[in-house]
Design a protein around this ligand. Structure first.
Ligand code: GAR
Length: 198
């Protein structure tokens, strides 16, 4: 049954889309037995070109107060999981309630530390370095109304090198994020499959 109906993903992005590319590659290679139904951006994002190149329907939504409602309208009944892969708009509490357990986010730090409003991209790495942390990493977690507060699904740590800069840390973290995100989705799919079968 599950083989006939692939697990359907929507990927939401705001930027480069290297994580979207990792998902595209994992689907292509058969590592991830899912289908990316669409990619949605909340601004002009290079990742939309990656989606188009892969033949994935992709579009940009206006970054306004209705964005959560618009995403809901586009995706309701069409996807099994929404993946926030560098998506910077905050989804409304109402949206999070409707989609509970069906939205995951990738964050470039070891949550619960260095999360919440204002902690995104290089700002996170700058704060980690300024605080003299020895470790950082990446986290995949469920999205809830509390920003970056949802249950953790997967996490990977790495050590900072002497003289680490926000740029070098960002590069190191992005390398571990790609397999972490693919692995987290595989884990969720396996859990849900187990529930369907059981
Ligand atoms: C990733 O590093 C992701 O962890 C971060 O944005 C980057 C997107 O990279 N997300 C956040 O900061 C969310 N708070 P990508 O566009 O190359 O996938």
């Amino acid at each position: 049954m599950r083989d006939e109906q692939p697990f359907r993903l929507a990927v939401l992005i705001s930027g480069r889309g290297s994580n979207l590319q990792a998902l595209i590659d994992a689907v292509r290679s058969g590592q991830l037995r899912a289908r990316i139904e669409c990619a949605i951006a909340d601004r002009k994002a290079y990742g939309l070109q990656r989606a188009a190149a892969a033949g994935i329907p992709s579009f940009q939504l206006k970054r306004d107060e209705q964005i959560s409602e618009n995403i809901h309208r586009w995706l309701a009944g069409r996807v099994d999981l929404i993946v926030l892969a560098g998506f910077l708009s905050i989804l409304s509490a109402e949206f999070c309630k409707k989609w509970v357990g069906k939205v995951i986010n990738l964050h470039p730090a070891l949550l619960p530390q260095y999360g919440g409003k204002g902690f995104y991209g290089k700002r996170v790495h700058r704060a980690v370095i300024e605080n003299g942390e020895k470790e950082s990493g990446a986290t995949v977690h469920y999205v809830t109304a509390g920003v970056d507060k949802g249950e953790i699904i997967a996490q990977q740590r790495l050590r900072l090198s002497p003289g680490e800069s926000p740029d070098s840390l960002q590069q190191k973290i992005q390398r571990i994020e790609h397999p972490l995100l693919v692995g987290a989705i595989q884990k969720l799919m396996a859990e849900r499959g187990a529930r369907i079968v059981g």
